[in-house]
Design a protein around this ligand. Structure first.
Ligand code: AMP
Length: 393
């Protein structure tokens, strides 16, 4: 099929690729995992895609593109390629057509996201060598949050940290939060630029954003995606005094960083899992640590809904999305149960009968504010941006 749009999302050891038609219908999806390891593997929809042992991102990308060609979903070149880039610093407020200068600017942001930007650049180099003449577009996780007012992005630290090194709140999951704005507007039949919502993206990473008149005005993630809500393996907010305390116990910065990112959150609290399905099952079977992990997760969420109210003058909807937000009726129920004072009420049947594929209202008829569940589609947002920006090429 001609006139396709290719979307590439490189993680540290994984690669997601999606192919869309020119009318933005999803044609194919592929996922490569454990890249760089002996047992690297890839699947495109339900078919296994052969990879060499220790395949790198570039190898997996080439194999997946070859597979798309072989199966006939892609013939010729895509008309544009969109890349997820995690950190755009203060330089990027919108998707950008990739040039050598823009790539250099993304490299400059790498010190802010050393685990993410270099690997995003690998995907960019990979598609540039596969498709040298096709326009490529970078879509930044941080860009949507560049509308944060200064009081929301400054940390109470010595000013020179911001002035010299750009230490500030940037926020992430911007493509998902911006998709929540357009979908909520569609669902409530309202113009996006008059919409005020609180958007909770709850997946393995979790973040909440206050959106006023369609623009991000506060968000829970900070300089890095470690701050804010409790996540699968990340701690979210903690007391910075902990660093000195743990240092005194012999835990050095590198080890602590790994613990806070990979061994904390739901996994750390439960001692057994970062998967919300397993966690809820274990809690229901009487596992106390899992029940506590669930309670901390939902309490932090409810507390942040309260915090986000400080940035809004009206609220058109509280929106849940991401793997947990879309699927876990239990998390939604336990969170909303803590928000009665603010007038939130859930309809138990609407909440538990929600199906993953569709957007839906789940608040009770007497609720002061609408509560919505909306399936996110970050790849669609990236495909849309690639399509629009490439027209300027
Ligand atoms: P994501 O990063 O958006 O893919 O979300 C991953 C998270 O979603 C994991 O914690 C999963 O346990 C959770 N998840 C996926 N499906 C369900 C489900 N049916 N019920 C509860 N949690 C789910």
């Amino acid at each position: 099929m001609e006139d396709t749009l290719l979307v590439v999302n490189c993680g540290s050891s994984s690669l997601k690729v999606a192919l869309f038609s020119a009318r933005l219908e999803r044609l194919a999806s592929a996922l490569a995992e454990r890249l760089g390891q002996e047992d690297a593997s890839a699947r495109a929809d339900r078919t296994s895609v052969p990879l060499p042992a220790k395949a790198k991102h570039e190898d997996a990308l080439a194999a997946i593109v070859e597979h798309f060609r072989y199966t006939g979903v892609m013939s010729g070149n895509p008309k544009a390629i969109g890349h997820r880039v995690v950190h755009g610093g203060e330089a990027f407020t919108a998707p950008s057509l990739l040039t050598d200068e823009i790539i250099a600017a993304i490299e400059d942001c790498a010190s802010l996201a050393p685990l993410h930007n270099p690997v995003n650049l690998k995907g960019i180099q990979g598609t540039r060598s596969l498709f040298p003449d096709v326009p490529q577009v970078a879509v930044f996780d941080t860009a949507f949050h560049q509308t944060l007012p200064q009081h929301a992005y400054l940390y109470a630290l010595p000013r020179r940290f911001y002035d010299d090194w750009g230490v500030r709140r940037y926020g992430f999951h911007g493509t998902s939060h911006s998709f929540m704005v357009s979908e909520t507007a569609r669902l409530l039949d309202r113009p996006t630029n008059s919409l005020s919502i609180i958007s909770a993206h709850l997946g393995n990473g979790c973040s909440m954003t206050a959106i006023r008149d369609g623009k991000s005005v506060d968000t829970s993630m900070g300089l890095t995606p470690l701050e804010g809500l409790v996540m699968g393996t990340r701690c979210g907010d903690i007391d910075p005094g902990l660093f000195d305390f743990l240092n005194g116990k012999g835990i050095q910065a590198d080890e602590l960083n790994a613990i806070l990112n990979k061994e904390s959150g739901l996994l750390g609290l439960s001692g057994s899992t970062n998967d919300m399905r397993t966690l809820v099952d274990q809690a229901d079977q009487g596992d106390e640590a899992s029940a506590q992990a669930l309670a901390v997760f939902c309490f932090r969420l409810a507390r942040y809904v309260g915090a986000m109210m400080a940035s809004l003058t009206a609220l058109d909807a509280l929106v849940f999305t991401g793997g947990i937000g879309e699927n876990s009726a239990r998390v939604r129920q336990d969170t909303i149960a803590l928000l009665g004072l603010m007038g939130f009420q859930l309809d138990v049947d609407r909440n538990s009968n929600h199906g993953r594929e569709s957007s839906q209202r789940i608040d009770a008829d007497g609720s002061r504010f609408p509560v919505l569940v909306i399936p996110t589609d970050e790849e669609l947002v990236i495909a849309r941006a690639a399509d629009q920006e490439s027209r300027n090429a």
